[in-house]
Design a protein around this ligand. Structure first.
Ligand code: FE2
Ligand code: FE2
Length: 154
């Protein structure tokens, strides 16, 4: 299993669908946009890397780099998809994304101000990832309807 994040790009070097924890990831969560579905699976994979980071704090910096990249690129991709389709709940959805970005920025700056205290960030990072997964399950899931409309316009 490859759960390594490239420290420069902040992306997983490889994601194999089989590696994603089957207990929590389900294909039902797919919204039908390949890029977005791939990005969502990466978050599930991130929980496994965080488990490793408990024993190896050196992984925390890469996890934070991933989260910075994720909150910039993935949220933008999703918002573009919603814009293209005139998604009604776009404002609330964007607001949720902004709150995640604020949390990631805070965690990253906490890490940078005292990298030797990185272990203390495990719990707040876990909480953030759980919240992002909750967002995927309960909010992003609604994007599936957009793709269905595209395939079968009424
Ligand atoms: Fe998402
Ligand atoms: Fe979202």
């Amino acid at each position: 299993m490859d759960t390594n994040i490239d420290s420069e790009t902040g992306k997983f070097s490889k994601v194999n669908k089989i590696d994603v924890n089957p207990k929590i990831w389900s294909d039902d969560l797919q919204v039908g946009d390949a890029a977005i579905d791939h990005q969502h699976q990466e978050v599930f994979l991130l929980t496994q890397l965080l488990d490793k980071a408990v024993r190896d704090n050196s992984l925390i910096e890469n996890i934070l780099t991933f989260l910075v990249t994720y909150t910039n690129e993935h949220f933008k991709d999703e918002e573009n998809l919603m814009d293209r389709h005139g998604f009604l709940e776009i404002d609330e959805h964007k607001e949720a994304h902004e709150l995640f970005k604020v949390t990631v920025f805070k965690l990253k700056s906490d890490y940078e101000s005292s990298p030797n205290q990185a272990g203390k960030l495990i719990f707040p990072i876990r909480k953030l990832i759980d919240e992002i997964i909750d967002h995927i399950i309960h909010v992003d899931y609604k994007l599936k309807a957009l793709r269905l409309n595209e395939i079968n316009p009424s």
